[in-house]
Design a protein around this ligand. Structure first.
Ligand code: RTP
Ligand code: MG
Length: 138
């Protein structure tokens, strides 16, 4: 069986703050292989498809605005249990609550913002990973 794959995004806050290298470093240091890498400014159509599960929630519009505010780096990463493993490296959604040692816990910010600018996205299941990789690496 081939290794599991996931979609990781360095969100516009991470790119703007110059943290792309640091985030890639952590992914590779853990032992995952980077098998796809792409920088793009996501349009609202792509973001609406990516975040379809959140449509209608109070943070949805601010989230789409935030995610269209600048370039994103899309990463296809591969490795044994990479989906669970990257979410563990990323830390919990809220950067203030995220544990030190995680990407969001060490580097993320949420104070005074309409939406959590938590630096990264990681697919949350094999089904999400397949769906999201098809969107971002079409
Ligand atoms: P992601 O999908 O980005 O990996 O993050 P996640 O699973 O930890 O979080 P999810 O619940 O899927 O939410 C998607 C993204 O929406 C923003 N968010 N802001 N109350 C808020 O301010 C709020 N809630 C969610 C975050 O950017 C989150 O990553
Ligand atoms: Mg999510």
């Amino acid at each position: 069986m081939s290794a599991e794959q996931t979609l990781i995004l360095v969100k516009p806050d991470g790119v703007a703050r110059g943290l792309t290298g640091e985030i890639l470093r952590r992914i590779e240091a853990k032992g995952y292989a980077v098998t796809g890498l792409r920088m793009l400014s996501a349009d609202r159509e792509l973001l609406a498809a990516h975040y379809a599960e959140h449509a209608g929630k109070p943070f949805y519009e601010p989230l789409i605005d935030f995610m269209s505010s600048g370039p994103t780096v899309a990463i296809r990463a591969e490795g044994d249990r990479v989906i669970e493993g990257f979410r563990s490296l990323a830390g919990t959604t809220d950067p203030t609550a995220a544990a030190p040692g995680t990407i969001r816990g060490d580097l993320g910010r949420d104070w005074g913002l309409k939406v959590q600018q938590n630096l990264v996205h990681g697919s949350d299941s094999p089904e999400s990973a397949a769906r999201e990789l098809a969107l971002w690496f079409a």
